[in-house]
Design a protein around this ligand. Structure first.
Ligand SMILES: *[C@@H]1O[C@H](CO)[C@@H](O)[C@H](O)[C@H]1NC(C)=O
Length: 199
């Protein structure tokens, strides 16, 4: 489940440091769900990685992650991988866009950038040396140290409580700029509550 995280990441990116604390509850036991209304050729998380060796457990403190994940996506190392992250809010019966969206035009360049939140919550915990593989060499096994994801994301902006989902899309382009036959799309849904400080 390496990226359960993404939603926390996304929310943390909205950070406006006003001291508010929010708690996020990830809704799906599976964590990653398929994107609705996908075009043909769109794969879900299972198309990106085999997570059968990844161990996760949830407790009051958050999620503990350990084990391995193995890349599956059939693209080439030279490809440019673009990642789009969009945060949606469930408003009066439908998913509506929020101001938050982020595009990583060349994700492989920032996958191990320690200033990025996906590094803090995911790639920074990979212990074996697979940095030169990005997400682009099928069969590559990523091994993780045991780490904990806090479910409390502090210092967020003025967010509305309620249901959110992060939609994550990965596309790969060859050196001629042609998109590969498959793309990856998955969603992470969660409920956000503001933590009221007890006096
Ligand atoms: C992770 O991979 C290593 C090396 O192949 C293996 O020894 C270990 O058992 C794997 N971990 C899990 C949880 O499957």
């Amino acid at each position: 489940m390496d990226l359960a995280v993404i939603l926390l990441t996304v929310l943390s990116l909205l950070s406006i440091a006003n001291g508010a604390q929010y708690e996020l509850t990830v809704l799906d036991e599976e964590i990653f769900s398929i994107c609705p209304n996908s075009e043909p050729g769109t794969l879900d998380m299972n198309g990106l990685m085999d997570l059968s060796e990844l161990k996760t457990s949830m407790n009051a403190e958050g999620i503990t992650v350990s084990g391995n994940s193995t890349l599956r996506w059939d693209i080439q190392l030279e490809d440019r991988v673009q990642m789009n992250v969009n945060l949606l809010y469930f408003d009066r019966g439908s998913w509506t866009p929020t101001v938050f969206s982020q595009v990583f035009k060349d994700f492989c360049k920032s996958m191990y950038d320690s200033s990025q939140l996906h590094y803090k919550y995911w790639s920074g915990h990979i212990t074996n040396d697979v940095r030169n593989k990005c997400v682009s060499v099928p069969g590559t096994k990523m091994m993780y140290e045991t780490y904990s994801l806090s479910m409390t994301a502090g210092s967020l902006g003025p967010l509305r409580e309620g249901s959110y989902k992060a939609n994550i899309m990965l596309r790969a382009y060859d050196s001629m700029g042609a998109e590969r036959a498959t793309r990856i799309c998955f969603e992470i849904k969660g409920d956000l509550f503001k933590i009221r400080k007890k006096r």
